[in-house]
Design a protein around this ligand. Structure first.
Ligand SMILES: [Zn+2]
Length: 132
């Protein structure tokens, strides 16, 4: 398809060939219409070029993001399997039965804990501690 600017240029040449009397209202109006069309065609072409640049850029960001996501999930898996869970003790709240993962350090220090679900104090002695 021919570009908008070349089509408008062709139209402008065609109108020129009509040798319209530009002193009449109609002649002035048509002259103005051609000028507006030229400006619009240039602006639309500029916007199209910008949009193509943005699409290219978005594609690059999307690719980069895929790499970041891959890395992130890898790190997550490693942390979950090997490191973090070793430091937590699984406990069941004596009141609501919710299973809570408590930091092993806090358990050793004997600090008072509150169940995040029912807000009743957790008593380590009464709680069921399941360790695999
Ligand atoms: Zn509870």
């Amino acid at each position: 398809m021919e570009s908008l600017t070349s089509r408008v240029a062709y139209l402008a040449g065609f109108v020129d060939g009509l040798e319209l009397d530009k002193t009449t209202k109609e002649g002035k109006a048509i002259e103005q219409i051609i000028e507006v069309l030229k400006d619009m065609a240039l602006e639309i072409e500029g916007i199209s070029e910008n949009q193509m640049d943005i699409e290219d850029y978005l594609g690059e960001i999307d690719e980069d993001l895929a790499y970041v996501e891959d890395d992130l999930y890898d790190i997550d898996d490693i942390d979950y399997d090997d490191d973090n869970m070793d430091d937590f003790i699984e406990m069941k709240c004596g009141n609501c039965g919710d299973v809570i993962y408590v930091d092993a350090g806090i358990v050793e220090e004997g600090e008072d804990m509150i169940c995040p679900r029912c807000h009743e104090p957790l008593e380590f002695g009464d709680s069921e501690i399941e360790e695999e």
